[in-house]
Design a binder for this molecule. Structure first.
Ligand code: HPA
Length: 247
């Protein structure tokens, strides 16, 4: 049984080369996950895949049932999660196509069901979230980028916005002042829910575009996002294949 799962984001709704052994529909106390878990073998290693936005890419970031997704992975025996995410680059080092392994998060989302610890508690429960990502998994991703010959930003702060709209240039300027180096819509509450269930969790971020007002400041074209993501996700696939063959 796989202990590693990959959550695919925009641009990665399936894993090329995955020899699928089983699809598993899991019902959870929190409702429906984004889809069945896809179990299989890639480069000799068992792995489980879940498309965060659904296999047809139909679920917007604020409607994803993050609790059901993470609960389903935990229920299936997963211990480690690599979350692939498309982001906008705020830092100069994150032009379209660049890869980054963030080490911090700032959460700007609102109204999302973001904890398992709210009902039927015998006592109020807090968890440590000082360092939201698993350093061991992060190091593995960084190493495998190197082996695959891909450059990668080894740190970064992922600012998570509510979406589905993109941000204004002023919002991005503020996020830059806050210390965010990238912006995306799905990093939270996914990361904290993984922590609540004791899953090791790291993010492999791909810059799909310059964030609003960055780069040459022109408006963001969805067609360009798609094109950049096609190239960026090819890099991610290489890293994931490399990582799985190293296990
Ligand atoms: N903002 C928020 N989320 C994103 C972006 C962006 O510019 N690009 C890809 N996901």
């Amino acid at each position: 049984m796989a202990d590693l799962a990959i959550i695919g984001g925009t641009g990665l709704t399936s894993l090329d080369g995955l020899e699928i052994t089983r699809r598993e529909v899991i019902r959870t106390p929190f409702g429906e996950p984004s889809g069945p878990l896809t179990h299989g073998v890639l480069n000799g290693t068992e792995v489980t895949f879940l498309a965060r936005h659904g296999y047809g890419h139909t679920i917007p970031p604020h409607r994803i049932n993050y609790r059901a997704n993470i609960w389903a992975l935990h229920h299936a025996g997963i211990k480690r999660v690599i979350a692939v995410a498309a982001v906008g680059g705020i830092d100069d080092a994150l032009p379209p196509g660049a890869l980054a392994i963030p080490d911090q998060i700032i959460d700007y989302t609102w109204g999302r069901a973001g904890t398992y610890f709210e009902d039927d508690l015998s006592e109020v429960t807090h968890i440590d979230f000082s360092y939201p990502y698993c350093d061991e998994l992060r190091a593995m991703l960084i190493d495998q980028c190197k082996v695959a010959g891909l450059s990668v930003c080894r740190t970064g702060t992922y600012g998570v916005t509510q979406g589905p709209r993109l941000e204004t240039a002023a919002e991005i300027a503020r996020m830059g002042r806050d210390g965010c180096t990238m912006v995306g819509m799905t990093g939270m509450p996914e990361a904290v829910l993984a922590r609540e269930l004791d899953l090791n969790y790291a993010c492999c971020a791909v810059s799909a575009n310059w964030a609003a007002g960055k780069g040459d400041g022109s408006i963001i074209s969805m067609v360009e996002i798609e094109e950049n993501l096609r190239a960026g996700m090819d890099s991610v696939r290489k890293v994931l294949q490399q990582l799985l063959s190293s296990l």
